[in-house]
Design a protein around this ligand. Structure first.
Ligand code: NAP
Length: 248
């Protein structure tokens, strides 16, 4: 288990799925965990209770990461309670799948705003503090779809490929100040996001997984925690696929 004693982590989209598993993994290592969520207050409360049951401190803040004002409010709230931020995990994400000919401009914008602009806004808000501290860990959730593309996900693939470019650029900008920036690219993970897929699409994706099974949110969370830990001090600008071999 990794040691995060005395560290504070902000996990966006921590109410459910991979984000919740990341909150719990960091809490197991002793981190204070601040999570944000879009609107599912019940799920956010459940994550807070699960973190506290592990003996760690938790804070949940409702915040739409695509809104700069709300992101500032999130960071202010976290600093008010925990005084510092050592780890940022940009996990909040949405899909609005459709084939290109049927994809509306609104669906394209909504996904880019939440996934790509949201990551930019959170990094910008937190980097100021990390630059002053001269240390920090930023982990961004990309996707196998950002590496390979996927029919029906032009908006989502663009957002997740954009996150990879953003991660590498940020890594170069921030490396000299002791801040690492890496991405994790999950494959086909068992969460609400994939449960919403039609059965035929799920079967087609599964057929492309060499390990022939879905991953668990915890599989991704352990990779995120590693990149957020002291053990990953000399790793930056990397994309770690957690995908049962899908993207190789
Ligand atoms: P999920 O189960 O659908 O959960 C999404 C989380 O993001 C929820 O906590 C949700 O909050 C939050 N959220 C959504 N929009 C937000 C916004 N605008 N502002 C703040 N929070 C927002 O998703 P998941 O499957 O765990 O995926 C987590 C991340 O991994 C995403 O970035 C996703 O693209 C990426 N990923 C997932 C898979 C997969 O197979 N599941 C594969 C590759 C990459 P509420 O609970 O309030 O709605």
């Amino acid at each position: 288990m990794m040691d995060f004693t005395g560290k504070t982590a902000v996990v966006t989209g921590g109410s459910r799925g991979i984000g919740r598993a990341v909150c719990l993994e960091l809490a197991r290592g002793g981190a204070n965990v601040a999570l944000c969520y879009a609107g599912n207050e019940t799920a956010a409360r459940e994550t807070v209770q699960a973190v506290e049951a592990l003996g760690a401190n938790a804070l949940a803040v409702r915040c739409d990461v695509s809104d700069g004002g709300q992101v500032s409010g999130l960071i202010d709230a976290v600093l008010h309670v925990f005084q510092r931020i050592d780890i940022l995990v940009n996990n909040a994400g949405v899909t609005r799948d459709n084939l290109l000919v049927r994809m509306s401009e609104a669906d394209f914008d909504a996904v880019i705003d939440a996934n790509l602009k949201g990551t930019f806004l959170c990094v910008k808000a937190v980097s100021r503090l990390m630059l002053k501290q001269r240390c920090g860990r930023i982990v961004n959730l990309s996707s196998v779809v950002g590496l390979r593309g996927n029919a029906g996900q032009v908006n989502y693939a663009a957002s997740k490929a954009g996150i990879i470019g953003m991660t590498k650029s940020l890594a170069r900008e921030l490396a000299g100040r002791g801040i690492t920036v890496n991405a994790v690219a999950p494959g086909f993970i068992d969460t609400d996001m994939t449960a919403a897929m039609p059965e035929a699409a799920r079967a087609a994706v599964l057929a492309a997984v060499p390990m022939a099974r879905m991953g668990a949110a915890e599989d991704v969370a352990r990779a995120v925690a590693f990149l957020a830990s002291d053990d990953a001090a000399y790793i930056t600008g990397q994309v770690l696929a957690v995908d049962g071999g899908m993207a190789m």
